[in-house]
Design a protein around this ligand. Structure first.
Ligand code: NOJ
Length: 759
């Protein structure tokens, strides 16, 4: 026994040693290797490294297949995206390695945004767990599955801050707050990249979309974003920087303009800020065809676009094929220099070196059987189920109608109730819906023989079939039966039930890329169905599926309970059952405000202090609206539980702080309700005086704690001077002496506060 223990310890130490030994790349050795390789490369071979090629055509026999295959064989491709099959990746890698003159391997990328085939909740949902350790584990699992499929580069994390849910891509990020967004960004990078990029089961992260993509005018995708540098630095840039500080080795430029110049060709952004100010050492890839898209921005023809991108510091061309076609000419004409090309080539080769591809080009794809035991394995699915349940946000629960008891008759009604395709949400290319349960199947399994789950679809997503067709491209779910027949069926089912659970909201493709919408209320057919169900007088629990905050005024006034479930991934059905029937208490908290009206956008809880702030009650000539409140219906940080948490008054260890000292702020949180549950305790600060106007509150800390029924815990936050820094008008990151209000609470609205002074 003792011996076994000793051997295990020795093996563990050896493993740790091996990891740390390989984690650090020997830079000198790497540089020597790359110098030598580059000295053998022709100009065209160098430019080839800057060419990211579409793999879908190659594997599906698309019209460009022959051209792309030739590029690979000629050494005119540096990397490939969108192949989701390890055997096909292996075949393409063989072409690159065995048929190209210098045998340089490719790296293979994909959008593995929230899991591979074990699908986690969409990122906006994930962020609502505020559980950075779990988020990191989700990324680790995503990387484990994706690398078993031969991939080694992930177009994630997407860290764009968004204050406007008309933008469909709010689904892909961590919501509205730069502090939480930074924590999530770093967790995802750690999860994907691990300690060692060359480990074979880790993958290179790509931070996107650099930058300010989430601030597009009017919430329209690909639209202009424009803001002061001051706002950029304080609100929008921190998560990108956090991801880079966490070691992300690649960055994707965004489609939008920044200061009037497309990000794809913005030298200030891609070189001055990213490299010189932040010290980024990896490479920058364009977004899909975004270099040639710039002809539509009217910055010139494709030659002008390629010139501008290369000179701005954009290394790898995603599918515009303009570097490969034009860079040589640009060099001849003196519009770019050899130094610029060499610099970009070196960055791409460095990435390959760090991924271990020069040691073994087949590192990620040699073993084509590994995926069978890894992808969707029980451990991954169990983790996804646990995490999914943590992301649900309980918005309302009158008379503690939830959790439901497992008896009697439960009517499950709505377009999402028996659908399999949409559960994984946006960006889930590798989902395997056939292996996921529908909600109906999950609930039936959960109740077994002790209750009956009746089902009716009730309605389509919306009445207008043409509009639905526009919104739903791949995951079609329309029921051809007439609307009144669907509704009658639902009412008949509801009549037999003790409680009605409705599964309604958006379908997967109503949010995500190119899914901007202005009408964020429940679509007409679903609303009418809810109103009809309401007239039955039965209690109604709403499960709201959506990739964004939606408007829930009527639902909040009329329904008994609302659980926001986002798109929770492959384990949606089990996770919802766990929460509905009380195996787990809901613990998610909103990371994006739910407004009363879409006209409130753009909005954030962290609004700048106005000269005419709105008071407790409505007054004219204040910063407000005549017709809706200033704040949202459900504030940032909000989410209920099945239990009750009581917060003691805050205590501060001191009320004076200087640059050498710290203050401890503490509260005691007590679970005074009837079940064990998690709570997310939140710390906000307000800077009360300064050279520039500061937000009325900003998240500066949080802790997710588990409390057993009846248990109390003292929660402490350490306050120090760096926490109080912000970017001033000169963009210096400073703190300024004065008083600060410290707030602690269960959400951004319901806080207690105290003040302290920074000397
Ligand atoms: C376009 C999207 O904007 C980006 O997020 C994605 O990574 C690329 N396409 C590649 O699929």
């Amino acid at each position: 026994m003792k011996n076994t223990k000793l051997i295990a310890t020795a093996m563990f130490l050896m493993a740790v040693f091996c990891i740390t030994a390989t984690a650090q790349v020997d830079e000198k050795k790497m540089n020597r290797f790359i110098d030598k390789l580059m000295s053998q490369m022709t100009l065209q071979e160098k430019i080839g490294q800057l060419n990211l090629v579409e793999g879908e055509d190659v594997v599906s026999g698309g019209k460009e297949k022959a051209a792309y295959v030739q590029m690979v064989k000629d050494g005119m491709a540096g990397a490939m995206l969108d192949i989701m099959d390890v055997r096909k990746i292996y075949a393409v890698q063989r072409m690159a390695v065995e048929e190209s003159r210098l045998h340089i391997p490719l790296f293979f990328g994909l959008d593995v945004i929230h899991g591979y085939s074990t699908v986690f909740p969409i990122p906006l949902g994930l962020s609502c767990s505020w559980d950075t350790a779990a988020i990191e584990r989700s990324a680790r699992i995503a990387a484990t599955e994706a690398t078993a499929e031969g991939l080694c580069w992930n177009f994630s994390p997407m860290v764009d801050i968004c204050h406007d849910a008309r933008w469909g891509r709010i689904a892909e990020g961590a919501g509205e707050d730069p502090y939480l967004g930074s924590k999530v960004a770093a967790a995802l990078v750690r999860g994907y990249q691990g300690n060692d990029l060359s480990a074979g089961n880790t993958m290179m992260a790509c931070v996107k979309h650099f930058a300010m993509y989430g601030a597009s005018d009017g919430g329209q995708d690909y639209n202009a974003a424009d803001m002061s540098r001051w706002r950029m630095y304080n609100e929008y840039l921190p998560p990108y920087k956090a991801a880079i500080d966490a070691g992300a080795f690649s960055v994707m430029s965004s489609f939008n303009i920044v200061d009037g110049i497309p990000a794809t060709a913005n030298r200030w952004l891609l070189t001055d800020l990213l490299r010189k100010e932040w010290g980024f050492r990896g490479f920058v890839v364009s977004d899909y065809e975004s270099i040639t898209d710039m002809t539509n921005h009217s910055i010139g023809d494709s030659l002008d676009c390629a010139t501008a991108s290369l000179n701005a510091g954009l290394d790898l061309d995603m599918c515009s094929y303009v570097y490969i076609r034009k860079a040589e000419q640009l060099l001849r004409e003196g519009r770019i220099t050899m130094k610029t090309i060499d610099q970009s080539v070196r960055r791409i080769l460095e990435a390959k070196y760090r991924l271990g591809l020069f040691d073994d080009p087949y590192r990620y794809c040699r073993d084509t059987l590994r995926r069978d035991s890894i992808i969707l394995c029980p451990d991954h699915r169990a983790e996804a189920r646990r995490i999914a349940a943590e992301t649900f946000v309980l918005l309302k629960n009158d008379n503690n109608i939830l959790p439901l008891r497992r008896h009697g008759k439960i009517a499950l009604i709505g377009p999402m109730a028996n659908d399999r395709l949409n559960l994984s949400g946006t960006w889930s290319w590798c989902a395997q819906p056939d292996r996921y349960l529908t909600l109906l199947e999950g609930l039936r399994r959960a109740v077994g023989d002790s209750a009956e789950v009746l089902y009716a679809r009730g309605c389509n997503l919306m009445y207008d079939a043409q509009m639905e067709d526009r919104m739903v491209r791949r995951k079609k779910m329309r029921d051809p039966r007439p609307d009144d027949q669907l509704l009658r069926e639902a009412l008949a089912v509801a009549a037999k039930a003790d409680v009605i659970v409705v599964a309604v909201g958006e379908c997967a493709e109503m949010s995500g890329e190119a899914a901007s919408r202005v009408n964020l209320e429940l679509p007409d057919a679903q609303r009418d169905m809810l109103q009809a169900l309401k007239r039955t007088g039965k209690p109604i629990v709403m499960l709201n599926f959506s990739g964004r905050p939606v408007i829930l005024n009527w639902e909040n006034e009329n329904l008994d309970a609302i659980l926001q479930v986002w798109f929770a991934g492959s384990e949606t059905a089990d996770a919802i059952a766990d929460v509905l029937f009380g195996k787990m208490s809901p613990s998610g908290k909103l990371t994006t405000t739910f407004p009363y009206h879409v006209g409130q956008y753009p909005m954030t809880y962290a609004r700048f202090a106005s000269g005419r702030p709105m008071g407790e009650t409505f007054q004219r000539f204040k910063t407000n609206y005549l017709d809706v409140p200033v704040e949202g219906l459900f504030p940032f940080g909000y989410g209920l539980s099945y239990t009750q948490f009581d917060y003691s008054p805050i205590t501060l260890s001191d009320t004076l702080l200087d640059s050498h000292s710290t203050i401890t702020a503490s509260v005691t949180v007590t679970n005074s309700g009837n079940c064990d549950a998690d709570e997310i305790v939140q710390l906000y600060l307000r800077d009360n005086s300064g050279s520039v106007v500061r937000p009325i509150k900003e998240l500066k800390g949080f802790q997710r704690i588990t409390l057993k029924k009846g248990e109390s815990r003292r929660v402490e936050f350490l306050i120090d001077e760096p926490m109080l820094r912000f970017y001033n008008a000169q963009l210096q990151h400073v703190s300024e002496p004065g008083t600060f209000t410290l707030m602690i609470g269960p959400n951004s609205r319901d806080v207690q506060s105290l003040t302290f002074t920074l000397r």
